[in-house]
Design a protein around this ligand. Structure first.
Ligand code: ARG
Length: 262
């Protein structure tokens, strides 16, 4: 599924947000990105072997996922809305959307956080069990106590085949970029009550320009090579003052671990 477009903020919200954005501009991490996902550069699944395409039964990619064990993939709950095991495939080792290489696996189980309702309410995490093993190195993921990865200004890596501009088209080749983690206060000032501190973390430049976008959902936010977040939602893409919102994986680490062990 694509989508998750929020309504435009109201005028009152925009006034509050403009003030917050001005405050953020003064912060040391607010430098413009040196690069034009949105922004970023082309890469390969050889460089990021845990990076999975999540496709429909006809091979159409609609989300990303991260291999965390030979038969377990972490993705976003909102990616699995309305999906059944029969309708989903996971593709590893395939850099290009139109490729035929790599490994395709059917899905034998879909676990969605039972508290999930909507990405803007949090709990946006799911774990897929694969019918066949992926011959690729999985990514480590954060433990519940590893919250240092969310310190404001920490460099995080994003990856995906999603659109390269807000209303653009998907990228045939996997792309990646780095974005700074935004403080909880900064994220709150952008998104108000839609920002659920326990369940979400924001990343992006105050000036925008680099971000995940539609089709990147479910994919990884990596900090120092460790899976720390899941691409979840945002107001538009790469807009100034509206960073991307990611699932704060440390909060769900024990739940994920239980699924990986099951
Ligand atoms: N919900 C989108 C998806 O399903 C991801 C949006 C991310 N947006 C952002 N501005 N970072 O692919």
């Amino acid at each position: 599924m694509f989508g998750l477009r929020r309504a435009r903020p109201t005028a009152a919200t925009l006034v509050a947000t403009a003030a917050a954005a001005t405050a953020l501009l003064a912060s040391p991490t607010a430098t413009a990105a040196p690069q034009p996902v949105v922004g970023g550069t082309a890469t390969t699944t050889t460089a990021y072997p845990f990076m999975m395409q999540i496709t429909d039964a006809s091979g159409g990619q609609f989300c990303g996922g991260t291999l965390v064990a030979a038969r377990k993939v972490v993705t976003a709950a909102h990616c699995m809305a309305g999906e059944t095991t029969a309708g989903v495939r996971v593709v590893g080792g395939r850099t290009y959307l139109n490729g035929t290489d790599g490994t395709v696996s059917k899905v034998s189980g879909i676990w969605v956080d039972p508290e999930y309702t909507d990405a803007t309410n949090g709990d946006d995490v799911a774990v897929l069990t694969l019918a066949t093993s992926m011959p690729y190195t999985p990514a480590p993921y954060v433990s519940s106590s590893q919250t240092d990865v969310y310190a404001a200004g920490t460099t995080a890596r994003i990856l995906g085949w999603g659109t390269t501009s807000e209303n653009g088209s998907s990228s045939n080749q996997l792309r990646t970029a780095t974005v700074p983690v935004v403080s909880d206060a900064g994220c709150k000032s952008s998104y108000g009550s839609d920002f659920v501190r326990s369940d979400m973390v924001c990343a992006g430049y105050t000036s925008g320009g680099v971000d995940t976008c539609q089709g990147d959902s479910g994919g990884p936010l990596l900090v120092r090579g460790v899976l720390a977040g899941i691409t979840s939602w945002g107001e538009g893409c790469a807009e100034a003052g509206y960073p991307g919102v990611y699932t704060r994986l440390a909060t769900f680490s024990d739940l994920v671990r239980a699924q990986v062990a099951s």
